[in-house]
Design a protein around this ligand. Sequence first.
Ligand SMILES: [Zn+2]
Ligand SMILES: [Zn+2]
Length: 423
Amino acid sequence: MTDIKVYNGNQIGGCITVITSSEGKVMIDFGSNLPGAEGADLAFDWEAGNIDAVLFTHYHGDHIGRFKEIPPSIPVYMGRVTRQVMTTIAKYTKDTEALQILQDDRRVHEVRAAESFAVKDIRITPYLVDHSAYDAYMYLLETPDKTILHTGDFRGHGYRGKNLVEMIKGYIRRRGKRKVDVLLIEGTMLSRLTEKAYSEADMLKDCTRLFREHKYVFLICSSTNADTLATFYQAARRNRIKMFAHPYVCEQIGHFREAAEYWESANKSREADGGYHGPYDFKYVYPYAPAKVIPAYGDLQKDITQEEIMRRDGFCIVIKADGPYKKWIERFRDLDPIVVYSMWEGYLNPEHKAYNEKYKAFLDSCGHVQYMHTSGHATAELIAEVINAVEPQESIYPIHTENAKELEHLNIKEELRGKIRYE
Ligand SMILES: [Zn+2]
Ligand SMILES: [Zn+2]
């Protein structure tokens, strides 16, 4: 008999799932609690745990942050871009232990969208989903007696989200021919119902307009949020503004660009991964180096510094809400730049437990700040649509949520409502 155990499902972040079949035992995600979380990270007994493999849904710290604690004998599975993003982080933070693990092919196995693999008697198929991480997967696990779908984090309002329900019906449900017994579904937004659904496409429109009026922009955004970076990049392109960033950010962006190019060229016909990679071209993103001299630049045919180009054409510079970047803003203070904050608003709210004093102080000192952000998570409406499309035969477990009970009030089919389980 297959057994499912969810740890920390009633919080956003640090949620861990263990699925045991008659022969195998697989863990999904092993991340850290989010900042401000009440309890300590889960103490997992690896010795007694008997885990055969750990699957990572994506590269956010609340899902993969504790990978170094996993004993070397246990293989871990993750997407290629997840591995690259984590490697770049390890490189720049000089984390040699993490680097060693990530570069070890005996320990790290790369998964690909819609390509199944087996761990003992469990057949596993990853499906690429839209999220604020570029490389995020839902996992379908088929044991001899159960079919289980674990959504990981997902949403529908990014560049690759519009086919989600179709993907579930077509690839996962095979037009009704495959039944899913158990659904584990993320419910982040169930406790953030007042946050309005603002899509990347909406933000692109607003941002294109904003850049028309302000051509000197500092952008505070996660360096691994490929969709939002793509949105600002496109808005900048439409206004003939170049994007600049720390070499670390440029390296992360390079991974998204490379992956998108690969899919564009090799997999045009394949839709299991969402099939749309256009926005991630990122050809005109440059490492921030204002003093750098660019020889015989463009039509001018003369040497010019990066700063002169920035001052002439405008810029969108990706920064962090962190001390050292203050100097970057000060350098261009005379141009009256604006600062766009494109991260979750909760970090700036002193009432919220994830309140980040450092961010708040940084932004308070910035002058003109504009807030523009799309959520990385599915709206309550989409959560209901996914539940209805998956039509779980036995049970629905809300995970990664602080408000699981809200699930009962969503617009889901009556016969499914009784299948909601709380761990
Ligand atoms: Zn998460
Ligand atoms: Zn996430």
